[in-house]
Ligand binder design. Sequence first.
Ligand code: PLP
Length: 418
Amino acid sequence: MAARRCASLPWCCCLAWCSPPARRSSSPRPSCCSWANTGCAAGALVRTRTRAKERLGRLASPAFFFSSLMKHEQTMRSLDDLEQAGLIPPPSPEQRAAADAFGVLLPPALARLIDPSDPSDPIAAQVIPSAHERTVTPDEISDPIGDAAHSPLPGLVHRYPDRVLLKLTGLCAVNCRFCFRRDLLTQDVLRDADLEAALAYIGAHPEVWEVILSGGDPLILSDARLNRVVRRLEAIETVSVIRVHTRLPVANPERVTPALVGALKSPKAVYVMLHCNHPRELTPEARAACARLIDAGLPVLSQSVLLRGVNDRPEVLEALMRAFVATRITPHYLHHGDMARGTSHFRVPLETAQALLRGLRGRLSGLGQPTYILDLPEGHGKVPVGPVFATRDGAGWRVEDPQGEVHAYGNAGSRAIG
Ligand SMILES: *Cc1c(COP(=O)(O)O)cnc(C)c1O
């Protein structure tokens, strides 16, 4: 029986999500879901994802995870996996240390995009541990955007009055090396009691107009679990908007099934924010996944991180934005790299970023212009820090046009009429 449950994964998972409080560490787990059971993909995933053994005690059954990841036996979870797949040469000790600090997690849809013969492959740069991660600069911290300072309850971050982040899981389908929460993901799946407390908090705070499902990646959860969360949020009268932050349509496009879309769809507005950094990530399969969401009435917007060696060349950034627009994805945010530990090799100087965006304005449709965002440390919030085209000049303005030519505007002052 136990073995059969692991063999029929969707059933196993839905069951776990639908049934009351999943097994805690204090109660015995069925052998199919034992952390030690190497046949259980979720167990293997969790083993790589959680460094400290004591964390396991805080988790419910790994059968939580659900469909997609568990089906993905080919997901790579170690440097050895990467080497065996021919994606990397034998790893250096420094690379091993980087992978020990933050595990490898690479699903097949992204692994396929890597050209192992290209030492500066932009997909590999995002997902393969690098010796550079061993360099931690003095301003880098574990909680770079100050989640902790604004977290009233486990899984909940309430930094802005009108919206909260609800972190349903610390797991993602892919471990991006520049992840700003790479040191923060201490709870792998939000426990039922914590979820209930978060929902009660949201209900008790009528100023919360929008709930952002984040993580980790909320879409790695089962359809049943997501359906339950969306139905519960939709029932809170004061919540008008539900937003989902995800990389799944790129990391695992086939996860975006009609059933998943059905779970997310709501009479209330549901927006999907896609994390995608390079045009090559928008494969036909990823585009089709986004189309399934958009066709069902869920607008998809982009979130990208400006990353050195990945998308910091004008032509790449432009191609990325054009790919979004041509896929009906609205370019939304382009993030300045957060001060996560060991990520300085990815960060692009602010003035370089501004120059890139300035150039984009001159060459690309208005539909393709993202807002460049800096999320200030210590939880002070997101600030647009893109190029500035207008500066004060006496009584008027000095305005730069998209070609870089400067014009005086409004310097004539005011005149009496008539
Ligand atoms: C990023 C973030 C949001 C969302 O901010 P937007 O500018 O609306 O995208 C909300 N809450 C927290 C805590 C965040 O970090």
